[in-house]
Design a protein around this ligand. Structure first.
Ligand code: UD1
Length: 375
């Protein structure tokens, strides 16, 4: 019995690794189970993909679709066509997708239209910002998924408010945090570059189209970031999309631009930073668990639990606001904050238990009417 676990882009890999491990660990109780790792190839650079597989100890993908970059329609279409072919060839009983990237939505749609059950890990997150491609991916994926695995209770509320049947929703915690907990000690042994000292630098990431595609918007962010650099050195591993656009931007000498980092090196840098500035989604969650202050350089977040309980501050994109929040963080003691419920390193196992219980009942039971035990 085949199960496809789909990964496409950098933020998927650390979410899929614990699932693969949990499925493999349960094979002795379910010998006919055959979990297969499918890489869509949305991210393909060694630094955006291979390094993550190595760091996370993930097996080589069983199937690689080689979809690559393109416009949203081109990329989504290429993944859909290639994924449909392998679904027809292998006839998996179940397809598991994670996160909110184009590959997530593309594979969910292809599978569902072939009548294959779909499970979405990290369901129910909503930014309410339809200019974000990820918001469209989240909505489309959730509405057709048979199993919706959520990371927090606010996501459950979003799904219920949209009319989702409660029996499809399973609050299981956060597989990204499973990976963080498993690898943190190794990450803390990675060297800090440029003679940086723990607690005495800030870490920056930027890649959202709304922040980096328009040079005026990007320079406005750097007006604030350059001021912050007067106070604390800033390390900036730049996403390829952003790196292409930095030549036109004025950067302070104390902003060090480096290539994208692997999982362990980045986690090690994040865990020892005084502050993180980012427009990423997952980093808002990781910094909350690491108790490192995070300024999110966006006007909204699909992860409000990290602001409610964690270290995240929605700083917006106005330079004055960003600078004000940064100075407040730098002048305050390190935060003490709470960690959301079930972000305990066990989410992958909970998900595997729900799905294997359903598969054992016989995947001839229509997935949308399943009665797998809720966690
Ligand atoms: C994608 C996800 C975003 C996620 C991000 C993490 C969507 C809609 N967006 O955005 O949610 O936060 O990944 O990185 O799925 N490129 C390379 N090498 C690569 C991959 C990309 O050079 O391995 C460059 C190409 O110029 C490409 C551009 O980056 O066109 C954008 O890549 P793409 O996968 O389309 O979106 P991301 O911005 O990476």
């Amino acid at each position: 019995m085949k199960v496809f676990l789909v990964a496409g882009a950098r933020p998927n890999f650390m979410k899929v690794a614990p699932l693969m491990e949990s499925f493999r660990a349960r094979r002795d109780r379910f010998p006919e189970l055959q979990p297969l790792l499918v890489h869509t190839g949305q991210h393909y650079d060694a630094l955006m993909s291979d390094e993550f597989f190595r760091d996370l100890g993930m097996p080589t993908p069983d199937i690689h679709l080689g979809a690559g970059s393109g416009s949203h329609a081109e990329q989504t279409a290429r993944v859909m066509v290639a994924f449909e072919k392998i679904c027809l060839e292998h006839r998996p009983a179940l397809v598991v997708v994670v996160g909110d990237v184009n590959s997530t939505m593309a594979c969910a749609i292809s599978a569902k239209k072939l009548g294959i059950a779909v499970a979405h890990v990290e369901a129910g997150l909503r930014s309410r910002d339809m200019s974000m491609p990820e918001e469209i991916n989240r909505l489309c994926t959730d509405v057709i998924s048979d199993f919706l695995f959520t990371t927090d209770s606010l996501a459950d509320q979003n799904l219920l408010a949209e009319g989702c049947p409660p029996e499809r929703i399973h609050f299981v915690g956060n597989t990204m945090i499973d990976s963080l907990q498993k690898h943190l000690n190794r990450a803390l042994n990675t060297p800090l570059p440029f003679g940086l000292e723990a607690g005495a630098y800030a870490l920056l990431t930027l890649h959202r189209p709304s922040n980096v595609d328009d040079p005026v918007a990007l320079q406005r962010l750097f007006d604030a970031i350059n001021e912050i650099a007067e106070r604390i050195p800033i390390l900036f591993p730049a996403h390829p999309r952003t790196a292409q656009r930095l030549a036109a931007i004025h950067l302070h000498d104390r902003v060090s631009v480096i290539e994208p980092l692997g999982y362990l090196a980045f986690l090690g840098l994040m865990a020892r930073a005084r502050m993180v500035l980012t427009d990423s989604g997952g980093i808002q969650e990781e910094t909350t668990v690491l108790h490192v202050p995070c300024l999110t350089l966006r006007e909204n977040t699909e992860r409000p639990i990290t602001c409610e309980l964690g270290t995240n501050i929605l700083a917006g994109t106005d330079p004055t606001d960003i600078l004000r929040h940064a100075m407040r963080v730098l002048n305050a003691p390190a935060p003490t904050n709470r960690i959301p419920e079930k972000w305990d390193g066990q989410a992958g196992g909970r998900i595997a238990d729900v799905l294997l219980a359903w598969l054992r009942l016989g995947s001839n039971i229509p997935a949308a009417q399943h009665s797998a035990p809720s966690q």
